[in-house]
Ligand binder design. Structure first.
Ligand code: S3P
Length: 422
């Protein structure tokens, strides 16, 4: 689907309620399916990725109904699936489910779409193999053929800060004998640790290390906050589009995810957090953001995992910040739904941005007027589709975004909500 996007002459104004967090939705349906009993999950995401996790949990025997709430009833025991389990475009589904399936008493296969089949799985296969897992792959890529085995705990030191790898190992650790520990160079999002604890697992965290012992999970009632990664598109749009003044309600504010707010503040953006509260162990709040004069900054080190999914839209933000914005230590952006370093640089350059690729990030010279008047590719990548929509709002000429349907992966309501604010 192609989408022609025009300049937003009057800015974005009003109040918006952001839909459910994708990362937490995956975990909620997977963990509830592991727990014996009935769980109630409020505000489950309608994105295609969490639905892939839901369908796999169903294929493994959980009784799941999605109406207003998601109701999961499970015997706490998974059954051998009748066919290969399809993760679609979702890396989170594949990596988390590999951890679950490695310790089951049956064989299974995880498959994915073209983009997911190109993404690296060595990062989970290696530590799972150390725990005794038997996983067959095509040169460390999907499809993954998993022969469930008895696992034992390991002390794993990851070179990568990755919540998907960490969650995979924690889930395998739920079924493994002894203690499983995972250490990462910087702290990645900790939704798994929070929810596992909330559901009664024996899990403890200290700095960048988390430890888990074999545990049974108890069913639970969870309310999922709005996704800060989805809120990011509104935050950036308001900051760069003159006359904007937005309130974004019900946003998850877990400190492992709020890197974008830190960046906006260091760029001098007018952003404030209102009514901070807690729900199911996660911090949430409302965000007020206005059009601002911005200055460049450097984004690196431990900030990277705290805003990894926001980097495409932060690149758009940087085009409107005076000076040189440098993003480094973000090599793993090349392993997302597309090689996001290459794809962001290619496409934003077409709009007239001064942006260049480095090995582990990109450099943007702002502030530049964006011309637009061209076609952009989205490379099967939902975050690119939404970031380019935001960029088009400030382009002098309309922009045609190809493959816009990919937004449905994480944020099917994206365009409808946007239009209500313009
Ligand atoms: C996610 C973790 C991140 C992020 C992805 C979702 C998660 O991936 O990019 O969109 O839900 O655990 P990595 O763990 O590979 O950095």
């Amino acid at each position: 689907m192609q989408k022609k996007v025009f300049k937003a002459e009057n800015g974005l104004k009003g109040t918006v309620v952001i839909p459910s967090d994708k990362s937490i939705s995956h975990r909620a349906v997977i963990f509830a399916s592991i727990a014996k009993g009935k769980s109630v999950i409020k505000n489950f995401s309608k994105g295609q990725d969490p639905i892939s996790s839901l369908n796999i949990c169903k294929a493994l025997g959980a009784d799941i109904e999605l109406n207003n709430d998601l109701i999961v009833k499970s015997s706490g025991i998974f059954n051998k699936p009748k066919k290969a389990l399809d993760c679609g475009n979702s890396g989170t589904t594949m990596r988390l489910m590999a951890g679950v399936l490695a310790g089951q008493g049956f064989e299974s296969e995880l498959i994915g779409d073209q983009s997911l089949s190109k993404r690296p799985m060595k990062r989970i296969i290696e530590p799972l193999a150390m725990m005794g897992a038997d996983i067959n792959s095509f040169d460390y890529h999907a499809p993954l053929k998993i022969k469930g085995r008895r696992l034992c705990g390991v002390e794993y030191n990851s070179k990568l800060a990755s919540a998907q790898v960490k969650s995979c190992i924690l889930l395998a650790g739920l079924y493994a004998d002894g203690i499983t520990s995972f250490t990462e160079p910087y702290l990645s999002r900790n939704h798994s640790e929070i929810m596992l604890k909330y559901m009664g697992a024996d899990v403890t965290s200290s700095h960048n290390t988390v430890m888990i012992k074999k545990s049974k999970l108890s069913p639970c009632e969870i309310e999922i906050p709005g996704d800060i990664s989805s809120a990011a598109y509104f935050i950036v749009s308001a900051l760069i589009t003159p006359k904007s003044d937005l309130i974004i309600k019900n946003v998850g504010l877990n400190p492992t995810r709020t890197g974008i707010i830190d960046v906006v503040k260091s760029m001098g953006g007018d952003i404030e957090i209102l009514d901070e509260r807690e729900s199911s162990g996660e911090k949430i709040g409302d965000i007020r953001v206005k059009y601002s004069k911005l200055k460049a900054c450097t984004i690196e080190k431990d900030l990277i995992p705290r805003l990894i999914d926001e980097l495409p839209v932060i690149a758009v933000l940087a085009t409107q910040a005076a000076g040189k914005t440098v993003v480094k230590d973000a090599q793993d952006l090349r392993n997302k739904e597309s090689d996001r370093i290459k794809t962001i640089v290619n496409e934003l350059s077409k709009l007239g941005a001064d942006i260049s690729e480095t090995e582990d990030g990109f450099i943007v010279n702002g502030k530049k007027n964006l011309n637009g008047g061209c076609e952009l590719e989205t490379y099967h990548d939902h975050r690119l589709a939404m970031s380019f929509f935001v960029a088009a709002l400030i382009c002098c000429n309309p922009v045609l975004i190809k493959g816009f349907e990919w937004v449905g992966i994480s944020f099917p309501e994206f365009e409808k909500i946007f239009k209500s604010l313009l």
